[in-house]
Design a protein around this ligand. Structure first.
Ligand code: GDR
Length: 331
């Protein structure tokens, strides 16, 4: 039975990846930070097979212990401060966790490999945010990185550190440059879920409208369930490498709104949306569209869920959740 340790296990991707690995017969360990963390309690209920290990990406000693205790064949580093907008207000913390945390977990894995003699395969969750002010359209593995947020800068550090550990120590360390990936489990601070939740609440009469920032930004959005499969595939290759994971399609926030409102029969959504400068970013990433040819050819990976289907799935899920919460409120 293979063993995997996942950091960021309580997040959207951590949950999908746990399910995938559990389905493949892995023993899954999940690193959880903090004392009495409410997310750990929720995970224990929803994913009882995940063995929770205490540790923090900021604390190298805790990581050395977590890796030694879980004796992993594979380590997936998904843990990060992941909300781009938040990273301007918390630039130091973002740099330490999202950037420095990668170095810590790489060191913990290296230490474990050296002391146990067991080879460990490592996955780093890199991000399309690293492309920032894009230097190629579409963006691929060779595209020059030009991050536009403290979050993007921290991810670049983690990305190159992963490559450096591969080249310096021969570690099987791969970096997945994942473009935006969403699902009904997405946190409500991200724009897709913010919209799907608002559309559901507007439909049920619980909210009047939605305040957003830049409606013209374009993203390459895929389904998180498809993307965790690419993570696993990367670690099954003989050679570690870096891969762009994307759909190859780009859509604006306006298109997202059009589909989300269409799902509930609203075609004229403009009166329901206000532009609020609070949601504008000091520097924006205007256009992301990825070229995942390498992953398609070498990993045999391809996305299954289309953008239209993804948005509708999220709206339907939020309608159910909001309706259930409503009946709880009235009973
Ligand atoms: P992103 O995702 O920054 O691309 O990073 P997010 O959904 O936050 O923003 C996407 C785009 O939507 C615009 N936008 C708004 N965004 C938010 N959150 N809220 C708003 O009200 C709003 N209005 C407009 C943004 O300006 C932006 O252009 C995500 C994260 O998951 C990262 O961790 C990950 O690395 C990348 O995707 C790939």
């Amino acid at each position: 039975m293979k063993r995997a340790l996942i950091t960021g296990v309580t997040g959207q991707d951590g949950m999908y990846l746990s399910e995938l690995l559990h389905g493949k017969g892995y023993e899954v360990f999940g690193l959880v930070a903090g004392q009495n963390n409410p997310k750990a309690e929720l995970l224990a209920k929803s994913h009882p097979y995940v063995r929770i290990v205490s540790g923090n990406l900021l604390d190298l000693v805790s990581l050395i212990r977590a890796v030694a205790d879980s004796e992993p064949d594979e380590v997936y580093n998904l843990g990060a401060v992941s909300f781009v907008a938040y990273s301007w207000q918390n630039a130091r913390l973002t740099s330490d966790v999202t950037g420095g945390g990668v170095l810590n977990i790489l060191e913990a894995v290296r230490f474990y490999q050296d002391s146990s003699g067991k080879a460990v395969r490592f996955y780093q969750a890199s991000s399309s945010e690293m492309f920032g002010k894009v230097q190629d359209v579409p963006q691929r593995e060779s595209t020059l990185l030009w991050p536009r947020s403290p979050y993007g800068v921290a991810k670049v550090f983690g990305h190159y550190m992963t490559i450096n550990y591969r080249e310096s120590y021969g570690m099987h360390a791969s970096s997945g440059v994942l473009f935006n990936h969403e699902s009904p489990r997405r946190g409500p601070e991200f724009v897709t879920r913010k919209v799907s939740q608002a559309v559901a609440r507007i439909t049920l009469g619980l909210q009047d409208g939605i305040a957003l920032g830049n409606l013209d930004a374009k993203r390459d959005w895929g389904f998180a369930g498809d993307y965790v499969e690419a993570m696993w595939l990367m670690l099954q290759q003989d050679e570690a490498d870096d891969y762009v994971i994307s759909t190859g399609e780009t859509h604006s926030i306006r298109e997202l709104l059009t589909i989300a409102f269409d799902e509930v029969g609203i075609t004229d959504w403009e009166p329901l949306v206000t532009i609020d400068p609070r949601f504008m970013r000091p520097a924006e990433v205007d256009l992301l569209i990825g070229d995942s040819t390498k992953a398609r050819e070498k990993l045999g990976w391809k996305p299954r869920v289309e953008f239209d289907e993804l948005v509708r799935m999220m709206v339907r899920s939020d309608l159910e959740l909001q309706a259930a919460a409503g009946s709880e409120r009235s009973s």
